[in-house]
Design a protein around this ligand. Structure first.
Ligand SMILES: Cc1cc2nc3c(=O)[nH]c(=O)nc-3n(C[C@H](O)[C@H](O)[C@H](O)COP(=O)(O)OP(=O)(O)OC[C@H]3O[C@@H](n4cnc5c(N)ncnc54)[C@H](O)[C@@H]3O)c2cc1C
Length: 398
């Protein structure tokens, strides 16, 4: 089978990249090991993705945003960060323009479903679902992709979007810096007594980090970071006992709580690929940059990276070049690295500092919150970063 571009993985990043590239005359293969039925109707996986204004715009341009049911899109008005037993909160909210929030929360499975629908049926995209990519060989003229079912594809460019633990990346000889935080993140929906008022809270308590992300109605997404054995214990608790424990762990700030739906846990491993491109090869999504979720930027980066790579390929085609033009791939690498490396590094530092139980770290994070509050430009910069599509006055603040 002959294609121009073969994409490994139809997760949100692979789907977004396929959609961003569609329509420029290339034949695109999208290979996904999960079956087509799972792609068309993915189940709830506990993740509620905080999307910046820019990501919402990109999804709209891809025809995906319009497919997400409005009742599933929750506005994020404000974010607060609390440390230990202190009642002090560092607040992030857009200034001046009431009604303009920091972004939106959308369930991951709805994003995946909407992107799948936006891609399904496009004449230039061939979906090969239910079979994994087993090997990739890149040469000067073309790349060869071997599927687990024995079929072979030929393409000019292979783009891997096959998770942060990407096998394709490893097989291409590209290493990655990995930081294993030795903890797991438990995510689930909780109904509660007290309204959240659209405010997300990140509370760095002693021995645990717990965030509550506001969903529509008196419902929040609980995001609890704990040592893995503790997460396992919480996963096994009966729903009533679980609700009571989360309410207690959250200091009863939202009153009594009840579990709604299923619980899910994810290991906390941050990954940054040493290179994003090689001969006739590129990485997008978590395969390039797998963020710690505390700053809620993994998929936002996945989307912006897919957009950047698609633009570079389109520009190469307009110049009459190969879609795997080395200079175009290098430009993608530079731009995506510049866009992601500072926040990747800062996020790991924050995650490390805020889960360190030693006294100096506790004092330092308290001082950091106070300092952040005392410096409005810092708060404005973080707020603008969260919004990304904020008004110019916010983007230039500070
Ligand atoms: C708890 C949690 C909360 C998060 N919150 C946020 C947030 O608020 N904001 C945000 O922006 N991001 C957030 N993220 C990050 C976001 O979920 C990820 O960045 C995003 O899902 C990555 O998408 P992806 O397509 O790169 O990878 P994945 O979703 O991992 O998809 C990879 C796909 O590749 C397929 N695959 C793997 N190997 C092969 C193979 N050999 N052949 C074929 N197919 C293959 C897999 O089956 C899968 O479908 C969060 C993550 C977690 C865990």
């Amino acid at each position: 089978m002959q294609f121009d571009v073969a994409i490994v993985g139809a997760g949100p990043a692979g789907l977004a990249f396929a959609r961003a590239l569609s329509g420029c005359g290339l034949r695109i293969a999208l290979v996904e090991k999960a079956g087509e039925r799972d792609l068309a109707a993915p189940g709830f996986d506990g993740r509620e993705i905080a999307l910046t204004g820019r990501s919402a715009r990109l999804l709209r341009e891809m025809g995906a945003w319009q497919r997400i049911p409005a009742a599933e899109i929750a506005p994020l008005r404000e974010a607060r960060v609390l440390n230990g037993a202190s009642g002090f909160a560092l607040r992030f909210a857009p200034e001046g323009r009431q009604g303009d929030g920091l972004g939106h929360l959308v369930p991951n499975h709805r994003i995946r479903q909407a992107l799948f629908e936006a891609v399904a049926g496009l004449p230039d995209i061939t979906l090969l679902a239910g079979t994994a990519v087993a090997a990739v060989e890149t040469g000067p003229e073309a790349a060869q992709v071997r599927l687990a079912d024995g079929r072979d594809l030929r393409a000019h460019l292979v783009v891997a979007a096959d998770t942060r633990f990407s096998e394709t990346r490893r097989r291409q000889g590209i290493g990655a810096s990995m930081r294993d935080f030795g903890k797991a993140m438990l995510v689930c929906r909780m109904a509660h007594e007290v309204p959240h008022e659209g405010i997300a809270t990140e509370w760095f308590g002693h021995g645990q980090t717990i965030a509550m992300l506001p969903l529509n109605g008196d419902l929040s997404s609980a995001v609890v970071t704990l040592p893995t054995r503790e997460t396992d214990r919480l996963l096994a608790l009966a729903p009533e006992a679980f609700g009571a424990e989360i309410a207690r762990r959250y200091g009863h700030r939202l009153g009594a709580m009840q579990l709604v739906g299923t619980r899910h846990a994810y290991p906390l491993v941050a990954v940054y690929a040493h290179r994003f491109v090689a001969r006739r090869f590129a990485l997008v999504g978590d395969a390039a940059v797998g963020m710690h979720p505390v700053t809620a930027h993994g998929f936002n980066f996945g989307l912006s990276g897919a957009d950047t790579l698609a633009r570079e390929i389109r520009a190469a085609l307009a110049r009459g070049q190969d879609p795997a033009d080395p200079a175009a791939l290098q430009r993608y690498e530079r731009r995506h690295r510049r866009a992601t490396w500072p926040l990747f590094t800062a996020t790991n530092a924050i995650a490390g500092l805020y889960t360190d139980e030693r006294l100096p770290a506790r004092l330092l994070r308290h001082a950091a919150l106070r300092l952040g509050a005392a410096l409005p430009p810092v708060r404005r910069l973080v707020t603008a970063r969260l919004m990304e599509a904020g008004p110019p006055s916010l983007r230039l603040a500070g």
